[in-house]
Design a protein around this ligand. Structure first.
Ligand code: CO
Length: 219
Protein backbone atom coordinates (compact mmCIF):
# COMPACT_ATOMS: atom_id res chain seq x y z
CA UNK A 1 0.00 0.00 0.00
CA UNK A 2 2.95 2.32 -0.50
CA UNK A 3 1.11 4.25 -3.22
CA UNK A 4 -1.74 5.05 -0.87
CA UNK A 5 0.63 5.84 2.01
CA UNK A 6 2.69 8.20 -0.13
CA UNK A 7 -0.23 10.05 -1.68
CA UNK A 8 -2.14 10.31 1.61
CA UNK A 9 0.96 11.72 3.31
CA UNK A 10 1.32 14.20 0.48
CA UNK A 11 -2.38 15.10 0.76
CA UNK A 12 -2.10 15.76 4.50
CA UNK A 13 0.91 18.01 3.96
CA UNK A 14 -0.97 19.92 1.24
CA UNK A 15 -4.10 20.40 3.36
CA UNK A 16 -1.99 21.48 6.33
CA UNK A 17 -0.12 24.00 4.22
CA UNK A 18 -3.33 25.61 2.98
CA UNK A 19 -4.92 25.57 6.44
CA UNK A 20 -1.85 27.27 7.88
CA UNK A 21 -2.30 30.15 5.45
CA UNK A 22 -6.08 30.33 5.89
CA UNK A 23 -7.50 28.28 8.81
CA UNK A 24 -11.07 28.58 7.48
CA UNK A 25 -10.23 27.81 3.84
CA UNK A 26 -11.74 24.32 3.61
CA UNK A 27 -14.66 25.15 5.88
CA UNK A 28 -15.64 28.07 3.63
CA UNK A 29 -15.08 26.03 0.47
CA UNK A 30 -17.21 23.13 1.69
CA UNK A 31 -20.25 25.40 1.90
CA UNK A 32 -20.24 26.50 -1.74
CA UNK A 33 -18.18 26.92 -4.89
CA UNK A 34 -18.23 30.12 -6.90
CA UNK A 35 -15.73 29.72 -9.72
CA UNK A 36 -15.51 32.45 -12.33
CA UNK A 37 -13.99 30.32 -15.07
CA UNK A 38 -14.71 27.09 -16.89
CA UNK A 39 -11.50 25.50 -18.12
CA UNK A 40 -11.66 22.89 -20.88
CA UNK A 41 -8.23 21.36 -21.27
CA UNK A 42 -6.20 18.27 -22.11
CA UNK A 43 -5.94 15.36 -19.67
CA UNK A 44 -2.14 15.48 -20.09
CA UNK A 45 -0.45 15.28 -16.66
CA UNK A 46 1.85 18.15 -17.61
CA UNK A 47 -1.01 20.61 -18.00
CA UNK A 48 -2.57 20.94 -14.52
CA UNK A 49 -5.27 23.59 -14.90
CA UNK A 50 -5.23 25.29 -11.48
CA UNK A 51 -1.45 25.41 -11.13
CA UNK A 52 -0.86 26.97 -14.55
CA UNK A 53 -3.02 29.98 -13.81
CA UNK A 54 -2.23 30.07 -10.10
CA UNK A 55 -5.79 29.49 -8.92
CA UNK A 56 -6.89 27.77 -5.71
CA UNK A 57 -9.53 25.08 -5.29
CA UNK A 58 -12.93 26.70 -5.78
CA UNK A 59 -11.75 29.18 -8.40
CA UNK A 60 -11.74 27.07 -11.55
CA UNK A 61 -14.41 24.69 -12.88
CA UNK A 62 -12.59 22.10 -14.94
CA UNK A 63 -13.27 19.61 -17.70
CA UNK A 64 -10.35 17.69 -19.17
CA UNK A 65 -10.18 14.98 -21.78
CA UNK A 66 -7.64 13.71 -24.28
CA UNK A 67 -6.66 16.62 -26.55
CA UNK A 68 -9.33 19.03 -25.19
CA UNK A 69 -11.98 18.03 -27.68
CA UNK A 70 -15.54 19.40 -27.51
CA UNK A 71 -17.78 16.97 -29.37
CA UNK A 72 -21.31 18.15 -30.19
CA UNK A 73 -22.88 15.03 -28.68
CA UNK A 74 -20.51 14.34 -25.76
CA UNK A 75 -22.94 14.30 -22.83
CA UNK A 76 -20.06 14.48 -20.37
CA UNK A 77 -18.59 17.71 -21.73
CA UNK A 78 -22.01 19.20 -22.49
CA UNK A 79 -23.15 18.55 -18.92
CA UNK A 80 -20.08 20.34 -17.57
CA UNK A 81 -20.78 23.34 -19.82
CA UNK A 82 -24.47 23.36 -18.89
CA UNK A 83 -23.78 23.20 -15.16
CA UNK A 84 -21.09 25.86 -15.44
CA UNK A 85 -23.17 28.29 -17.50
CA UNK A 86 -26.67 27.74 -16.15
CA UNK A 87 -26.15 26.68 -12.54
CA UNK A 88 -22.88 28.31 -11.53
CA UNK A 89 -23.45 31.35 -13.76
CA UNK A 90 -19.97 31.27 -15.25
CA UNK A 91 -19.39 33.80 -18.04
CA UNK A 92 -15.81 32.89 -18.93
CA UNK A 93 -15.06 29.68 -20.80
CA UNK A 94 -11.47 28.95 -21.72
CA UNK A 95 -10.38 26.13 -24.02
CA UNK A 96 -6.69 25.48 -23.45
CA UNK A 97 -4.66 23.20 -25.67
CA UNK A 98 -0.94 22.60 -25.45
CA UNK A 99 1.97 22.20 -27.82
CA UNK A 100 3.34 18.68 -28.05
CA UNK A 101 -0.11 17.17 -27.38
CA UNK A 102 0.18 13.38 -27.73
CA UNK A 103 -3.42 13.08 -28.91
CA UNK A 104 -2.94 15.67 -31.63
CA UNK A 105 0.34 14.13 -32.76
CA UNK A 106 -1.19 10.63 -32.88
CA UNK A 107 -4.07 12.03 -34.96
CA UNK A 108 -1.64 13.77 -37.30
CA UNK A 109 0.54 10.69 -37.76
CA UNK A 110 -2.47 8.38 -37.88
CA UNK A 111 -0.63 6.15 -35.43
CA UNK A 112 -2.98 3.35 -34.28
CA UNK A 113 -3.41 3.31 -30.47
CA UNK A 114 -6.66 1.39 -30.09
CA UNK A 115 -10.06 2.63 -28.98
CA UNK A 116 -8.80 6.20 -28.64
CA UNK A 117 -8.37 6.35 -32.43
CA UNK A 118 -12.13 6.88 -32.62
CA UNK A 119 -11.88 9.91 -30.34
CA UNK A 120 -8.93 11.30 -32.28
CA UNK A 121 -10.95 11.16 -35.50
CA UNK A 122 -12.32 14.53 -34.45
CA UNK A 123 -8.83 16.00 -34.65
CA UNK A 124 -8.25 14.36 -38.01
CA UNK A 125 -11.39 16.16 -39.15
CA UNK A 126 -9.77 19.44 -38.10
CA UNK A 127 -6.65 18.50 -40.06
CA UNK A 128 -8.66 17.63 -43.14
CA UNK A 129 -10.62 20.87 -42.93
CA UNK A 130 -7.37 22.85 -43.09
CA UNK A 131 -5.29 20.42 -45.15
CA UNK A 132 -3.91 23.08 -47.60
CA UNK A 133 -2.28 24.95 -44.70
CA UNK A 134 -0.14 21.91 -43.93
CA UNK A 135 1.14 21.24 -47.44
CA UNK A 136 4.02 23.77 -47.42
CA UNK A 137 5.18 22.75 -43.94
CA UNK A 138 7.94 20.21 -43.41
CA UNK A 139 7.16 17.12 -41.36
CA UNK A 140 7.68 17.51 -37.66
CA UNK A 141 7.13 20.11 -34.98
CA UNK A 142 5.58 22.86 -37.11
CA UNK A 143 2.83 20.61 -38.40
CA UNK A 144 2.03 19.28 -34.95
CA UNK A 145 2.08 22.75 -33.39
CA UNK A 146 -0.19 24.15 -36.10
CA UNK A 147 -2.67 21.33 -35.58
CA UNK A 148 -2.55 21.87 -31.80
CA UNK A 149 -3.50 25.52 -32.41
CA UNK A 150 -6.20 24.78 -35.01
CA UNK A 151 -7.68 22.16 -32.70
CA UNK A 152 -8.15 24.77 -29.95
CA UNK A 153 -9.71 27.23 -32.43
CA UNK A 154 -12.08 24.51 -33.64
CA UNK A 155 -13.09 23.49 -30.12
CA UNK A 156 -13.81 27.09 -29.13
CA UNK A 157 -16.15 27.24 -32.11
CA UNK A 158 -17.78 24.00 -30.97
CA UNK A 159 -18.38 25.49 -27.51
CA UNK A 160 -19.95 28.53 -29.19
CA UNK A 161 -22.36 26.26 -31.07
CA UNK A 162 -23.73 24.54 -27.95
CA UNK A 163 -27.32 25.33 -27.01
CA UNK A 164 -26.20 26.56 -23.58
CA UNK A 165 -23.86 29.20 -24.95
CA UNK A 166 -26.26 30.25 -27.70
CA UNK A 167 -29.08 30.56 -25.17
CA UNK A 168 -26.88 32.63 -22.84
CA UNK A 169 -26.09 35.03 -25.70
CA UNK A 170 -29.76 35.15 -26.72
CA UNK A 171 -30.50 36.30 -23.15
CA UNK A 172 -27.88 39.02 -23.50
CA UNK A 173 -25.40 37.49 -21.07
CA UNK A 174 -21.83 38.79 -21.33
CA UNK A 175 -20.38 35.31 -21.81
CA UNK A 176 -17.02 34.92 -23.52
CA UNK A 177 -15.38 31.82 -24.97
CA UNK A 178 -11.66 32.00 -25.69
CA UNK A 179 -8.84 29.77 -26.89
CA UNK A 180 -5.36 29.58 -25.43
CA UNK A 181 -2.40 27.28 -25.89
CA UNK A 182 0.17 26.25 -23.31
CA UNK A 183 3.86 25.68 -23.90
CA UNK A 184 5.19 22.61 -22.09
CA UNK A 185 8.76 23.83 -22.55
CA UNK A 186 8.35 27.25 -20.91
CA UNK A 187 5.16 26.98 -18.86
CA UNK A 188 3.59 29.94 -20.64
CA UNK A 189 0.11 30.48 -22.05
CA UNK A 190 -0.42 32.08 -25.45
CA UNK A 191 -3.56 33.71 -26.81
CA UNK A 192 -4.82 32.31 -30.12
CA UNK A 193 -6.96 35.35 -31.01
CA UNK A 194 -10.02 33.13 -30.84
CA UNK A 195 -12.18 35.11 -28.45
CA UNK A 196 -15.92 35.13 -29.00
CA UNK A 197 -18.16 37.31 -26.86
CA UNK A 198 -21.72 38.58 -26.81
CA UNK A 199 -22.61 40.06 -30.20
CA UNK A 200 -19.61 38.59 -32.02
CA UNK A 201 -20.00 36.39 -35.07
CA UNK A 202 -18.19 33.13 -34.18
CA UNK A 203 -17.57 32.36 -37.86
CA UNK A 204 -15.83 35.69 -38.40
CA UNK A 205 -13.64 35.34 -35.30
CA UNK A 206 -12.86 31.78 -36.40
CA UNK A 207 -11.70 32.95 -39.85
CA UNK A 208 -9.52 35.63 -38.30
CA UNK A 209 -7.96 33.17 -35.82
CA UNK A 210 -7.22 30.62 -38.55
CA UNK A 211 -5.60 33.34 -40.67
CA UNK A 212 -3.49 34.42 -37.70
CA UNK A 213 -2.37 30.81 -37.21
CA UNK A 214 -1.53 30.51 -40.92
CA UNK A 215 0.60 33.65 -40.68
CA UNK A 216 2.56 32.28 -37.71
CA UNK A 217 3.59 29.25 -39.74
CA UNK A 218 4.17 30.92 -43.11
CA UNK A 219 7.51 32.42 -42.11
CO1 CO B 1 -2.61 16.80 -24.83
Amino acid sequence: MTVQRDLFASNRAWAKNISTQDPEFFEKLSRQQRPEYLWIGCADSRVPANEIVGLLPGELFVHRNVANVVVHTDLNCLSVIQYAVEVLGINEIIVTGHYGCGGVIAALEQRPLGLIDNWLRHIQDVHRRHAPMFLPLPDGADRANLLCELNVIEQVDNVCQTTMVRDAWAQGRPLTVRGWIYGLADGLLHDLEMEVGLGDDPAEVYRHAVEAAALRYSR
